[in-house]
Write a protein that binds this ligand. Structure first.
Ligand SMILES: Nc1ncnc2c1ncn2[C@@H]1O[C@H](COP(=O)(O)OP(=O)(O)O)[C@@H](O)[C@H]1O
Ligand SMILES: [Mg+2]
Length: 459
């Protein structure tokens, strides 16, 4: 340990000597004789403890002034004040003035110094641990931020991020729409993270509404009282309660039964619910983010989705576009997932994407969107042996949505033709001239094909 004592006229010689005796041989106790020398010493040597005399006056070069200046400059530097009086009130004065501790330089000096050092070591350990924890938390937050970063600079994704920022601090439901794998859950988490930076501190809780039948979903969401049904041995809280002051992510709400939609509507509307088999009304303070890949317009029209629930959930609607419609993002995301995977598995470090692989990806429609791209990249990294990801590493990309796996040769070729048209028109935002150009067809040829496959209504 390195200690420096400010001792202009030798009055602290006994104190220095006591520190020498209390410390081990590897520790150093230096003495400086002016405030200027002390300031230089602190700047260059980074001592772990500074000792200054706090006499009654506050003349120019007095310890009080030195203490004030040091404290202003080094927020956490330990500074011990030394005075001539023992007792509570000089100690309080010293600590108010910014000192870390206080001792009187009167006998038994060795005992006073040892006692101070014991406290000091304990304190240092605590401070050190607190700093480690702070660093840890900081690292964790950075990792979380990185994990839930919405990547993409297309105008559509900028808009998505803008809406996330805007709605995050408003305690109202958000509806996230988009095909599977477009990043709906990521958007929900981004809303939660942005909001919890300021006030809400509860957790993010996700429920897949399509995965459970009504009765199970009800107890999953609202919890149940002991004995509510066979097997309910204990009272259990539901996801609404678990997400208290946080965010409840209701995934795949598009296919909930109408009866269940009613139940959700009641909670969203009155912010209260009862556990299954319970009487007591429980208040909900949870932000709801709902998501679906279903065509809600159609379901609303057909009476399969409640208008009232839609109106409630759609305080803000965030539409996450399919990957094939986002200008330039396939390459950005492919690179992002490649970097991420290389960081996760250091053995894969140093790999890069070949231009041919990027071209191959741009020719694909990604029915599984970003999730599918991520899987394709990770699998290619895993297969690759040359440090360059080639089309061979990526393999054959097939769109399973319309793939004709049976039928005659003619039927299957027709299915492929149709698929090719759909994909091209989608990537070109239904712009037929652009689609024709990219397929090397004349405009009237494309129009003919669109009519032949009845694509007018689809696109
Ligand atoms: N814009 C994006 N930037 C980075 N990762 C993304 C992005 N969109 C999706 N992902 C990743 O793709 C995967 C699927 O996203 P997810 O939010 O689960 O999609 P969805 O809920 O729409 O099916 C996740 O691993 C997610 O982190
Ligand atoms: Mg999902």
């Amino acid at each position: 340990m390195k200690i420096v004592v400010l001792d202009p006229n030798g009055e602290l010689r006994d104190v220095s000597a006591a520190f020498h005796r209390a410390l081990g041989t590897t520790d150093t106790v230096s003495t400086v004789t002016s405030a200027h020398a002390l300031s230089t010493y602190v700047g260059r040597q980074s001592p772990e403890l500074v000792v200054v005399e706090l006499a009654g006056d506050d003349a120019q070069d007095s310890g009080w002034l030195v203490l004030k200046r040091l404290r202003a400059r080094y927020e956490r530097l330990p500074i011990l004040g030394v005075g001539v009086e023992d007792g509570f009130s000089p100690a309080i004065d010293a600590i108010r003035g910014g000192a870390t501790g206080y001792i009187a330089r009167i006998p038994p000096l060795d005992d006073r110094v040892s006692l101070f050092l014991a406290h000091f070591h304990g304190l240092r350990r605590l401070v050190h641990e607190a700093e480690l924890l702070e660093e840890e938390a900081e690292r964790f937050h950075r990792a979380e931020d990185e994990r839930y970063r919405i990547v993409g600079e297309s105008p559509q994704m900028r808009e998505v991020r803008r809406l996330v920022e805007r709605v995050a601090r408003i305690p109202r439901p958000v509806l996230v729409l988009g095909e599977r794998g477009t990043g709906k859950e990521l958007v929900a988490r981004a809303i939660h993270r942005t909001a919890s930076n300021s006030d809400s501190l509860g957790p993010f809780v996700a429920v897949n509404c399509a995965a459970l039948p009504d009765t199970l979903l009800e107890s999953e969401l609202f919890g149940h009282e002991k004995g509510a049904f066979t097997g309910a041995a204990h009272t259990r809280s539901g996801k609404f309660e678990q997400a208290s002051n946080g965010t409840l992510f209701l995934d795949e709400i598009g296919h909930m039964s109408l009866a269940f939609q009613q139940k959700i509507l009641r909670v969203v509307e009155y912010k209260r619910f009862t556990r299954v088999g319970g009487q007591e009304e429980i208040e909900v303070r949870t932000r709801i983010v709902a998501a679906t890949n279903a065509n809600l317009d159609e379901r609303l029209r057909k009476g399969q989705f409640l208008h009232d629930l839609y109106d409630r959930l759609a305080f803000e609607v965030i539409r996450v576009p399919p990957l094939r419609e986002r200008e330039g993002e396939i390459e950005t995301l492919a690179q992002y997932f490649l970097d991420q995977f290389m960081r996760e598995v250091p053995a894969f470090a140093g790999k890069r994407l070949s231009q041919r692989a990027v071209n191959l990806l741009y020719g694909y429609s990604f029915p599984g969107n970003v999730r599918e791209l991520k899987n394709i990249i990770e699998r290619a990294v895993y297969r690759d042996t040359t440090n360059e990801l080639t089309p061979e590493d990526i393999g054959i990309l097939t769109d399973h949505r319309f793939q004709a796996t049976s039928g005659t040769f003619k039927q299957r070729v027709a299915a492929f033709e149709r698929q090719l048209l759909v994909d091209t028109l989608r990537t070109k935002n239904s712009n037929r001239a652009a689609a024709a150009r990219s397929l090397g067809l004349r405009y009237h040829q494309l129009r003919h094909l669109v009519a032949k496959h009845n694509l007018d209504e689809d696109l």
